[in-house]
Each structure stands twice: as C-alpha cells, then as structure tokens.
Design a protein around this ligand. Structure first.
Ligand code: PAF
Length: 280
C-alpha cells in the first residue's frame, strides 16, 4: 500500500498510470462500514485513494473534534491487507485549506435545511468544503459514501452537480453490527452500558417500519421515544422525510418513498441512523 501526504504526490503517481481512480473520503477511525466502501471501490477502479482527514470545519463543538478516536497506524493496518490498489492519503490542513481553515458557504436548498442541517448548523458547509477540495485535488472518476449519512450523501450529489465536479457519487448501504447498531467511528466512544443499550435504536426503527400506525408521524415519534428512552438514551430528533426532498412530514402519503431519520444521545456520544420505510 502506498502512502502519500500531498495530492501532488498522489496525482503524479496516478498520472503515470492513467487509470480509473476511486476515492473513499474518511475521517479515519476506520471500521467495517469504511472497508465495505473500500472493497467496492477496489472492485470498480484501478486505484482507490482512501483519504483520512479530520476536517475541523464540520465539527460543531471543539470537544467533539478533540475526542474523535483517530488512529492512523491502526487504520493503515486495517487497509493494507485489503488490496494493493489502495493509496493511503493523509493530507495536512494546509493542503485542504491553503489560506485559512474556514468553511465555504453553499446553498443546497431544502435538502440541507432540516435534520442534521438544523441541529448541526454549518456542518454541511464544512463537509462540502472538504469534499469539494478532495474532488478537485484527486479528480476521481467515482467516490463512495455510506448511506448512514444519507443527508450528507444527497448534499454531496448536489454539490457535485452545482460545482460541475464530474464525479460519479456512489451511495453504499449501511453496515451494521450483529445486534443492528449502525457502524460508526463514534461507537468506540460508548461506555459498555451505552453500547449495550444502543441497538434499541435500530430495532425500534425496524419495528416501526413494519407497524400499522405508519400514517401519523407524531404517534411514531412517541413510540420511538418511549422505547428508546427506557435504555440510557435520549432522543434528539425523530423525523420521517421523503427521500426526494428530505423535508420532514407529519402525515404519510402512500405513493412516496420515505425514510426515518433519527439522532440519539448515548451519554455524550451522538448516534444517527436512518431506515427506509418499507410499506404503509
Ligand atoms: O462522512 C465522513 O466521514 C465525512 O463527513 C467526510 C465525507 C469524510 C468529510 O469529511
């Protein structure tokens, strides 16, 4: 596996090869969710650049950034056996933010207004700033993102069109632990009791997606809160929104494809999840 710190080194190497490049942007603390993206990317490209960059402009609280469980050596070890096609790219701040560490301002319309956009002001501008920089520097043909951050994925698709970045943005299914908890770098921050409690988030969403009360969102929210909050957890939000516009609704229409979107605190750790509503 090759390791580069600057996009110039990455591009010089890749230009010599002039092959198909896939990009998997990450903030490190890699887990099986990430390796599933990397494996897919390796199957679909000649080389796969896995970027590890802890992007300060997408964090809302300094403590969240400080506590992020980054471990580059561990990440390298995890990636190395996967494939020789992988390029481990660990840019420094000046590479991504040559002038000042500051997020750009974007207008993504309603898809960035609700849910994470509302509860984490400026977060998506920070994400878009780093993704735009990575797309422009690495110039991949394809880039891979997990559907756990479903709203982020839709925003990156729009960013790609707005900025004419010409990348094929590919969403990949959520990878879950055996007990249903969505894989996340933040799971490492859970105490043993919080970790034990956390799978109730997914099991309740799955329950809900199969229940008959699926017309009135406030009833569903109440059901979710009652179940989840018995277990050390605190619900920040529960929304149902159509996949096409991500604007939360209070009543469901039978012809539209919806997803549940939730954010839940386990102590200080914030977990998000999303599940498709199968049928009404
Ligand atoms: O999903 C993430 O890990 C980050 O938001 C991303 C896309 C790597 C940008 O920093």
């Amino acid at each position: 596996m090759l390791t580069f710190k600057t996009s110039e080194e990455v591009l010089t190497f890749l230009r010599l090869k002039s092959k198909h490049i896939g990009l998997v942007p990450t903030m490190g603390a890699l887990h099986r969710g990430h390796t599933s993206l990397v494996n897919k990317a390796c199957n679909e490209n000649d080389y796969v650049v896995v970027s590890i960059y802890l992007n300060p402009t997408q964090f809302n609280h300094a403590s969240d950034l400080e506590n992020y469980p980054l471990d580059l050596e561990r990440d390298k070890k995890l990636l190395k056996p996967l494939s020789d096609q992988i390029i481990f790219y660990t840019p420094e701040h000046k590479e991504i933010y040559p002038k000042k560490i500051q997020r750009n301002a974007y207008d993504f319309g309603t898809i960035s207004t609700h849910m994470e956009g509302f509860y984490r002001p400026g977060h998506f501008d920070g994400v878009a700033t780093v993704v735009e920089a990575l797309f422009k520097k690495i110039k991949p043909q394809k880039a891979y993102f997990g559907e756990k951050d479903f709203q982020q994925l839709q925003i990156i698709k729009v960013l790609n069109i707005q900025k004419k970045l010409n990348v094929n943005v590919i969403g990949c299914p959520i990878v879950r632990e055996k007990d249903g908890l969505a894989m996340s770098s933040r799971n490492k921050l859970l105490s043993p009791n919080e970790r034990k409690a956390a799978p109730i988030i997914y099991s309740t969403l799955k329950d809900l997606s199969q229940k008959d009360i699926k017309t009135d969102v406030s009833q569903m929210r109440q059901f979710f809160k009652e179940k989840v909050e018995q277990h050390l957890l605190k619900v920040e939000y529960f929304f149902v929104a159509p996949v096409c516009n991500l604007i939360p609704v209070s009543k469901l229409d039978s012809n539209i494809k919806y997803r549940f979107f939730v954010a839940v605190f386990a102590g200080k750790t914030r977990l998000i999840d999303t599940v498709e509503l199968v049928r009404i």
